[in-house]
Design a protein around this ligand. Structure first.
Ligand code: SF4
Length: 387
């Protein structure tokens, strides 16, 4: 590794390229060229960077700028256009990333899609492209152990480097269909992004850098199970511009701790305090993700508790009937129970949507593709009968 640039080349910011290449006696312009090759053109093989000197290409290849960092092993395409990509990393580990094209017809008002971000409607309502959201992973497995989640079943294997997080987006862009444009990146794949804070934050800086992909920071969403100190840090460092999605899943500590062990460390009172303090720009809202698990958190009494808990917080609520996973006997509630839950929240004045099932035929729930065959770590239960 180059001592002047301790990070992997894909994870280097322009100012770090200037330092590292100056240490090699390269022209300042080479820094701009390399960043452009990687972040704008998505080229991650130094040998293909034709405007660099052979000496520099060889040095960069030695630092890891060579094929094999992030290789698509399987691409599963669902009938709704969702593409779920199993990605093999250099050490053999498997992660996943998902491309989710908007279901709205190109050129049509984007707010036809019920759970769209408001800004989409404002800014891209007349885009001729199909807008694509990419969901990316930040860890191999996950340490948080949520009992309804395929990633939680396997436990944490290792953290991803910022280069591996960023490379998923470079790869995703290369797999877009004609007429598609990447609009949003959501850190909602395998892993808890705030449990890998440094790499996550660096990847956000890379993806939003104007000389690279140039995503708007507002189009980056961090989904977290509720790591309070890191939520506070994210809010401070990115001035509230990064969108936040909170996996809530219950509105009392007993139920939430049973579903999500992280709640024992950061109970709801602390989480709510952090959310109220998050420096949200005007007219932006926090997304509340609520996975409905049959018999655990899906009755109307729970919905009323959710309504009380969130009062005064600018939120939109996504209800997600749990995707069944092979490794667990937990399952989704009936259609009727989902509707009753949603109605309580709508009646309480919230924007509340049931998230569309996307890519069910390709195992599109978090962590499922690479976990087929995984053994359950937690004891599940049988889904409740419809009442
Ligand atoms: S829901 Fe998220 S935080 Fe919980 S185990 Fe799954 S990946 Fe980890």
């Amino acid at each position: 590794m180059n001592p002047a640039a301790p990070t992997h080349p894909i994870a280097r910011l322009p100012e770090e390229w200037r330092t590292s290449l100056a240490a090699r006696g390269e022209r300042a312009f080479a820094a701009k060229q390399v960043f452009d090759w990687i972040q704008k053109r998505g080229v991650v093989d130094a040998a293909a960077m034709s405007n660099l000197s052979p000496k520099l290409r060889a040095a960069l290849a030695e630092e890891g700028l060579s094929p094999g960092l992030c290789v698509p092993e399987q691409v599963h395409r669902s009938s709704d256009g969702t593409r779920k990509i199993a990605v093999r990393l250099r050490d053999g580990a498997l992660i996943e990333t998902v491309l989710l094209p908007s279901l709205t017809a190109p050129g049509a008002p984007a707010n036809q899609e019920a759970d769209d971000d408001d800004d989409d409607a404002e800014q891209h309502g007349s885009s001729p492209h199909t807008r694509v959201t990419q969901c990316i992973s930040t860890q191999v497995g996950c340490a948080m152990g949520c009992i309804f989640c395929a990633s939680g079943v396997a436990g944490l294997k290792r953290q991803l480097g910022a280069e591996e997080i960023t490379a998923q987006v470079l790869l995703g862009r290369s797999l877009l269909d004609e007429g598609e444009a990447l609009r949003n990146v959501v850190y909602m794949g395998m892993g808890e992004p705030l449990h890998n804070y440094e790499a996550t934050a660096r990847s956000i800086r890379l993806l939003t850098h104007p000389d690279g992909i140039g995503l708007s920071t507002r189009r980056v969403t961090i989904s977290t199970s509720g790591l309070v100190p890191e939520i506070n840090r994210l809010g401070e460092e990115f001035k509230g511009q990064v969108a936040l999605a909170i996996s809530l899943h219950a509105a009392d500590d007993t139920t939430r701790s049973a579903l999500m062990p992280i709640n024992r460390r950061y109970p709801l009172a602390e989480l709510m305090k952090a959310l109220h303090a998050y420096p949200l720009p005007k007219r932006r809202r926090i997304t509340i993700e609520y996975t409905l698990v049959a018999g655990k958190n899906d009755d109307v009494a729970e919905a009323k508790k959710v309504a009380r808990l969130l009062r005064g917080l600018p939120v939109k609520i996504n209800l997600i009937p749990m995707n069944p996973i092979d490794a667990s006997t937990l399952g989704p509630p009936s259609f009727g129970r989902v509707g009753a839950f949603q109605q309580v929240l709508i009646d309480a004045g919230y924007s509340c949507f049931v998230r569309k099932q996307r890519g069910d035929d390709v195992s599109a729930a978090c962590g499922q593709l690479v976990l087929i065959g995984a053994k359950p770590k937690v004891k599940g239960f049988r889904p409740a009968q419809e009442s």
